[in-house]
Write a protein that binds this ligand. Structure first.
Ligand SMILES: [Zn+2]
Length: 154
């Protein structure tokens, strides 16, 4: 089973950034390292949502390069893209999937979705384009592997 290890501190940081950008979607990059069983996140970075929309996001180009540079400088690699869903479930939307198919057809980057919909925010991680699992119930038939999120710390 593939795993993303996301420390409590990083999880809480994603939620805080998502809350700060309400009512619009927040987005950014995740830095980390590959592990035997998946990935371990080491840092999370906000990137300006150039669409400034409550239902869509696009990573601002210059801000994304800044975040990539910070991740590179820390000795880690970009392992994922995160964004928030202010009022919907922690499941990639049809647009999210379409964008993943265009920008990440080989499933190189995790997609982390932070749902602010409920009383308690929920973070989930997905990898696009894995042919071994079809989470069809969640994704309208698109190929998507759901990652188990492992949190350390309290
Ligand atoms: Zn989305």
């Amino acid at each position: 089973m593939s795993k993303l290890v996301l420390a409590r501190e990083l999880h809480d940081s994603l939620v805080a950034m998502s809350r700060a950008s309400l009512p619009n979607e927040a987005c950014g990059l995740v830095g980390g390292v590959a592990t035997e069983h998946g990935w371990e996140a080491r840092s999370v970075h906000p990137v300006k949502n150039s669409l400034a929309s409550p239902t869509a996001f696009a990573l601002d180009g210059a801000a994304m390069i800044d975040a990539e540079t910070r991740i590179d400088d820390s000795g880690n690699e970009v392992i994922g893209v995160w964004h928030s869903h202010p009022t919907s479930a922690p499941v990639p939307s049809m647009v999210d999937l379409a964008n993943a198919a265009v920008y990440d057809p080989n499933g190189v980057f995790l997609q982390l979705v932070v749902s602010m919909q409920g009383f308690a925010p929920v973070v989930r991680a997905y990898l696009y384009g894995d042919e071994t699992t079809n989470e069809s119930g969640d994704t309208n038939g698109q190929l998507l592997r759901k990652y188990w999120l492992v949190r350390f710390g309290s």
